[in-house]
Design a binder for this molecule. Sequence first.
Ligand SMILES: Cc1cc2nc3c(=O)[nH]c(=O)nc-3n(C[C@H](O)[C@H](O)[C@H](O)COP(=O)(O)O)c2cc1C
Length: 382
Amino acid sequence: MKNTAQPLLEEYQIGDLKLKNRVVMASLTRGRATNAGLVPTPLMAEYYAQRASAGLILSEGTWMNAQSIGFTNVPGIYTKEQVEGWKLVTKAVHDKAGLIFSQLGHIGSASHPDFFNGELPVGPSAINPQTRSFTPEGFKDSLTPRELSIADIKRTIEDYRQAAQNAKDAGFDGVEVHAIAGMLIPQFLSAATNQRTDEYGGSIEKRARIVFDILDAITEVWDSSRVAIKFMPVALSSVGIMTPDEETIPTFQYILKKLSGYNLAFLHIAGPAEDLTGTAVEALQDNYFSHFRRNYSGRLMANLGFTQESGNAILKEGTADLVSFGAAFIANPDLAERFEHHLPLSESDRDTYYAGGEKGYTDYSRAVYADAGAQAGGTGQE
Ligand SMILES: Cc1cc2nc3c(=O)[nH]c(=O)nc-3n(C[C@H](O)[C@H](O)[C@H](O)COP(=O)(O)O)c2cc1C
């Protein structure tokens, strides 16, 4: 339905998938898979079901194989038990008429031996990314990782294919490849962390090859209209040595041109979080999303710092097709309805972002809709 006042509340079609609005819940790591097998729990199913009025939910970043781990109590999707756990989540969301994609992640070298019985994490090259990993004992500095061999890379790509199949078996509606700053994929894209001299390093094209190898593997399992990828091309802090450089803009121009031929569900772009003045990506300061819009011909999802007002504005001007909201979904499970009824947003408690059981997780209430019917008549729906 058209909603000229609030395009965020319009339905949106992605292939054969109908989103009931364009308010997408962005992936939020919440650290509630508090069991040795990193299996999703009934509490997680309740949390996601509470947020099912979003047009689409993107699951928290989820480990795609046992080597991809690097943050405590984050669930995986590489064992039978984990797939069974996710079935609870997808069923709970579908029972509330919601849609949910699985976000498949590999943290690469930004991990710690504490997750691997003392073995080193892996990366494109044996270069310390100089970031931190949230281990069961708290934050620890990253180390120099073990360089992935070609055989390791091929196995990792095959593991992505298997994780995508597992997501299908678990009842997800699609998958999003987690490639935001700091993860394994951007570690391949950056010359600071990728000094390989084989087909996965050396030039922009070779460093970016992993992106397409992974997408090619996943689209063997899913129709491309159910596959998305999320990048945060200009993260300046918390990314160690992977800060944007003079190759960042050409790298993404190359990737976006090639991705335009993939007919993906959407390309999800986050950022910028900081002022880009004086950085190698300063040229994107005033035209960030329109730059990506120009360089990519498919559906574009915009993220980071959006409000009801700026979200409606970017859709109205046509610079993006969908808007995702991250932090706002923590304390506002009914975010889309709050937008619909122009209700105030609740503040979330940062101390419970990554830990705390039910507290700060499933105990945020929905807004009270005493006169919701009356207000709904005045939202400009046509
Ligand atoms: C607690 C928390 C956990 C997050 N976990 C993930 C994650 O697992 N995967 C991901 O792609 N982004 C993650 N993000 C980033 C969000 O998806 C989003 O890109 C970011 O919060 C900016 O959107 P916002 O300004 O609407 O919050 C996380 C953000 C927060 C606050």
